[in-house]
Write a protein of this length. Structure first.
Length: 189
């Protein structure tokens, strides 16, 4: 799309949306939010950029293949599960190595642990998965637009919507790809 307004808005909104996505990810293990919603916000930022400046610009900003990002996120989520199993005895147990609880119940330190690692994994899976789908859809749309006009209305079986073969020389084959006069569709007499 060649809209000056959309392109300018995308340049302004992209960093804001990415920062908001990280904020939602960070607060998600204590309050509403988390990896899924943060990932959707980040993917929305990429979708906005892709619509404003094109597929190549969005891929250039991402710098890594979307499916590699999703695979990294899956690895983070699996690592968080294994970390909980090793430290606490069951999968996905919350492990907080930098947080200590005082005798009066007060907490000191950073709330960084296995839950944030899991949320980060979900964030990366969502960003990678949604971006991969978005980029694939856009690439397919660009292929359709770039097709020569003479093949744009052709069905996959070589006929157009009127039932004529793509060469325009006569009627297309009948049901199941058989010619009309071979006896396959005639009643026994």
């Amino acid at each position: 799309m060649n809209s000056l307004i959309l392109s300018t808005a995308a340049r302004i909104l992209l960093p804001i949306l990415v920062l908001f996505a990280i904020y939602v990810l960070w607060r998600g293990h204590n309050e509403p939010g988390g990896g899924f919603i943060g990932g959707l916000v980040a993917a929305t930022a990429l979708a906005l950029l892709e619509k404003a400046q094109g597929l190549v610009a969005a891929q250039r900003v991402l710098k890594v293949e979307p499916l590699a990002i999703a695979a990294t996120g899956l690895g983070c989520a699996i690592a968080a599960g294994i970390w909980g199993a090793l430290a606490k005895g069951y999968v996905l147990a919350g492990v907080w190595p930098l947080l200590s609880v005082g005798p009066d119940g007060s907490k000191e330190g950073l709330p960084v642990g296995s839950i944030l690692l899991f949320d980060t994994g979900v964030f990366l899976v969502v960003v990678g998965g949604v971006s991969a789908m978005l980029f694939a859809l856009e690439a397919a749309a660009l292929e359709v637009i770039d097709q020569p006009p003479d093949t744009a209305g052709t069905e996959s079986d070589g006929t157009d919507s009127t039932g004529t073969d793509s060469a325009g020389t006569g009627p297309a084959a009948s049901d199941h790809g058989r010619p009309e006069g071979d006896g396959a569709n005639q009643e026994a007499g």
